[in-house]
Design a protein around this ligand. Sequence first.
Ligand code: PHE
Ligand code: FE
Length: 295
Amino acid sequence: MSQPRRVENLHTDKGKVPIYATGVVAQPWADYGAGDHAVWRELYERQRRLLVGRACDAFLAAQDAMGMTPERIPKFAELNPLLRAATGWELVGVEGLLPELDFFEHLAHRRFPVTWWIRRPDQVDYIEEPDLFHDLFGHVPLLMDPMFADYMQAYGRGGVKAHAIGADALVNLTRLYWYTVEFGLIRQADGLRIYGSGIVSSSGESIHSLESPAPNRIGFDMERIMRTRYRIDSYQKTYFVIDSFEQLMEATRPDFTPLYARLATQDSYPAGAVLAGDRVLQRGSGAGWASDGDV
Ligand code: PHE
Ligand code: FE
């Protein structure tokens, strides 16, 4: 696939003041081939089938409302008017993972960076870095939800702040992102559901996170999460369960500056630990867990 055009100063304030938009590229939509669209279709159909009854209602409804379909890779330019109208967010294309501060700046301005390229057919079951399917199918739908949309912007602002405070603060904040935005579960009136993007974009983990006896499922506790290491090369050993997006919003509203200072003096917990104060929904059997490799 050819390299996309680089767009300079995509976001300008009435044509005068350039606003930070580092690393943004135009989605080279015409360059996707039949094979790319076929990968999208295969993953989309498989995940939608799995996610009905597993993903939270807000996620499924938002995906429908955005008009994402299996037929072809969506155009960011077609999704953006809907997103903008719903919550004021917009998608920007990127080559892949951004430097942390750039990522936070985008979120703080309600721009969600979406990797423009999609995985190869031999990577449908596993890919190490986020691609278009993970970013678009996994992350974007919930940006249609007003509460979650606000949470993501608040997170971006919090990220800019944590970046200025230092590396330890960023570690704490990244754990929060990992165990909520990427791998979070939510208790819905009719049962446990998925809202984390890392789960909804993985067929194996969509089942594992809800149905396997191996992992712990523990009630959301922000400070506890900020001290908990995680897995980047396997399913999570622990999932944290929120009651609502409002709970997430309320818990993260206070200024984290004193919290970061306190956490800097405390040890972290292993990814699979169950602690005395935990609200345990399921104590994992630990089947299949690696004994090392938490990050
Ligand atoms: N309240 C946090 C702070 O003061 C920012 C934040 C908001 C972080 C939402 C995560 C999620 O740093
Ligand atoms: Fe992600």
